[in-house]
Design a protein around this ligand. Sequence first.
Ligand code: N01
Length: 542
Amino acid sequence: MNDFSTKPVEKLDAVVLGAGFAGLCMLHKLRNGLGLNVRAYDKATGVGGTWYWNRYPGARSDTESWVYCYSFDKKLYKEWKWTERYPRQPEILSYLEHVTDRFDLRRSIRFSTTVTTAHYNEATDRWDIETDKGERVSAKWLITGLGLLSAPNMPQFEGMESFKGEIYHTSRWPKTPVEFAGKRVGVIGTGSTGVQVVSDLAARVDHLTLFQRRPQYSVPAQNHPAKPEIIDKITANLEAYFDRIRRSATCFSFQESDVSAMSVSAEERERVFEKAWEDGGGFNFMFGTFNDIAVDPAANEAAADFIRRKIATLVKDPRKRELLTPTDYYARRPLCDNHYFEALDRDNVTIADVLRHPIVEFTPTGIRTEEGEFDLDIVIFATGFDAVTGNFVRIDFEGRGGEKLKDKWADGPISYLGLSISDFPNMFTLYGPPGPFTNQPPAIEWQVEWVGDLIAYAEKHGIAAFEATREAEQKWMADCIAIAESTLFAKLDWWVMGTNIPGKPRAVSFYMGGFGNYMDHCIGSAQNGYAGYTLTHEKVPA
Ligand code: N01
């Protein structure tokens, strides 16, 4: 029974959950743009979201800095000086801190505070919200910027508590420096994170052991110092540039291909792959080369074969080469790296094949697999996240009729446009599931504008509640499922399909129809009086 009405409550117009790219932008839009009374909450001690938590060695974005940022303010865009093509975590965090101060957002954020409960109150058409600090607020609008990748996946192994060394998870990395010199370090996991950790650490430690389950396709990042002339050129035409980015499928800065891989000769394919390899970037390799790598098995095999041949030239040790050569589809998140394969080929690096010889237990001095024992001083879990729904089910969201979001999403996320959920009125989930599968900042920023416009419309027209209809939700889910299942991404087990966590149901978490098409869905809804939503007008007092 919710006794919210008996407790002292502060009334706000809107509450924003999270102070990362999405939360900060939404706070700015609602408070500075629309003049609403807004508060954001974040359990961290500072802003940054993903970039607050992921301080692990080698952490950086694999998107070009000039599109891994906001574009809503031309002066901000022009004045911020990125130092590299792919920005490191400390630089992205500084950028978000700078944005926070520049737009005076800090005073509206409660840090070190976890929102525990958010219940929709049907009598008031407002959200009753409670925090772990005992704060109680009532807000008409509830907007989440929780991030899809923030609840850590920490597999448990026998004997972990007996290990005498240090254990870290990459997404809960300490703020104080970790000493690696002269240490024997184990890394579990070879996703985007593990690839970055290994590339960064291999030459800095006494010995590195990679506990690899499945090898990865990865291409060079080809990082280089930032070129100010690129920013100047973009700034001169900022809106048009970002319009073009958003009209693409993935919101990266490269030109996506409209050529099918099998429509050209083998020589031409080789030339195109070679150029993409030299240009760098994982998404560029998958989407800039040909338009069907992610959907056509033959095109996919051509790309996979090219990368396998490159791995063969980079890894001299025959056993390592065999272990590092993937044989399945090239259809997980496309990776790029800073000399990952070269790092693994070093003499001070061992690869433990934990697919064939799984980890049995931790011992006081290391990790024992079915193959033998590995002595370690430090173990780094780069094992990813309870992705997509993980953060949502940790908060007690309750919608109309007492429906719990964790029950509604028990078999996977359900939404309309990745933004709205039926029975959860006036709640918007920025970059929520199933939503676009893109470089995030340009997509988030656009969603923030769209949601901000919707809220402005509601305020202007006396609308008490905005709620996605079941029909719109069902149609959206059917579209998302049909598109995702037509791709090779759906053929593998990984976090995007919900299958990286034992026991978690397989689910479609993304709209893979491209961001341009995604925007058309949202624009179409707004232009048709917010089709797909039920709008309830405020009651006029008798
Ligand atoms: O997580 P992952 P991540 N025993 O789930 C292994 C974004 N990101 O943190 O593949 C042994 O991809 C697991 O093995 P397997 C990006 O969107 C971006 O690396 O399941 N191993 C896998 O190798 C990315 O996709 C950036 O067989 C275990 C690894 O752990 C997303 O975050 C940087 C295991 C997990 O890989 C997630 O990436 C970093 C076990 N029990 C992250 N459990 C950039 O922008 C799991 N694994 C560059």
